[in-house]
Design a protein around this ligand. Structure first.
Ligand code: DC
Length: 254
């Protein structure tokens, strides 16, 4: 199984489109680096991570997409919450991997793109449960490390990237924001304007925070050595400028 995980990432196009779109300051092409971005939902993590990767000339890994893919598989195969073993085996068999020729890289299961499926409301509701399954988290973290071995110039974002998956990362960020601001951003991101009120989304987000922070395996925590950025009243550009400054300073020390 480890072989198939490795093979699918290895056969992917090594330099993603995000690498070729870099503008301005880029990390020297000889430098290998991993930058982790942790934090709760709605802090702008995905957008910021993707744009930071573009700016710095690095690849971008959206680890939430991997848990969402597992949730989509759980729903589509109609697994119950007591069928964890079957679910984990099926997800392992699906050999989740990314098509790095796309920007952002798209996720595939059984070699079929499923990016259109993973942002659905039913998946968003189910994914917190899926992300509490220890065997699944172990599998995902192992895959993420394989991906880094094959994409050694990487910006990776998720709840546990700096704390669990890459504790030795030289640059770690933790993004935070006011829950109401996060709810508004989430509604925009998922195109749910008019369907879900800010209050309802805020409740959902706080519930997800609770589940994410209290699970026993890979809980959402701020790594001790992370740089915390509160994005509540910052534009995406401001956040990226700030991160770029940090990365430039840190690169001088590496
Ligand atoms: O960032 P997102 O909303 O796409 O993440 C989907 C879910 O997956 C969310 O409940 C948190 C979880 N997740 C996780 O537990 N660990 C990660 N590294 C990434 C996401």
């Amino acid at each position: 199984m480890a072989v198939s995980e490795t093979t699918s990432e290895r056969t992917a196009v090594a330099s993603s489109v995000s690498s070729t779109k870099a503008a301005g300051f880029t990390v020297p092409s000889t430098k290998e680096i991993i930058i982790t971005i942790d934090g709760p939902a709605g802090t702008g993590k995905s957008t910021v991570a993707r744009r930071l990767a573009q700016r710095l000339g690095l690849d971008f890994l959206d680890t939430g997409a991997m848990y969402r893919a597992a949730a989509a598989i759980m729903i589509d195969r109609e697994y119950g919450e007591d069928e964890i073993g079957e679910l984990v085996s099926t997800v392992i068999g699906a050999d989740l991997h990314f098509d790095w020729s796309q920007d952002p890289p798209t996720i595939l299961a059984w070699d079929t793109p499923i990016d259109h499926r993973i942002r659905s409301d039913d998946v968003t509701k189910r994914v917190s449960f899926v992300a509490t399954i220890p065997e699944l988290r172990t599998h995902m973290v192992r895959k993420q490390r394989i991906i880094f071995a094959q994409h050694p110039r990487l910006v990776t974002e998720g709840r546990d990237q700096g704390s669990v998956a890459f504790p030795d990362a030289p640059v770690k960020f933790y993004l935070d924001a006011d829950p109401r601001v996060r709810a508004e951003r989430r509604i925009d991101q998922l195109g749910l304007g008019g369907d879900v009120s800010v209050e309802e989304m805020c409740d959902r987000i706080l519930e997800r925070d609770r589940i994410d922070s209290t699970r026993s395996d890979g809980p959402l925590v701020c790594p001790d050595d992370a740089i915390v950025i509160d994005t509540s009243s910052m534009s995406i550009d401001d956040v990226i400028d700030e991160m770029e400054r940090v990365v430039r300073d840190r690169l001088d020390e590496l």
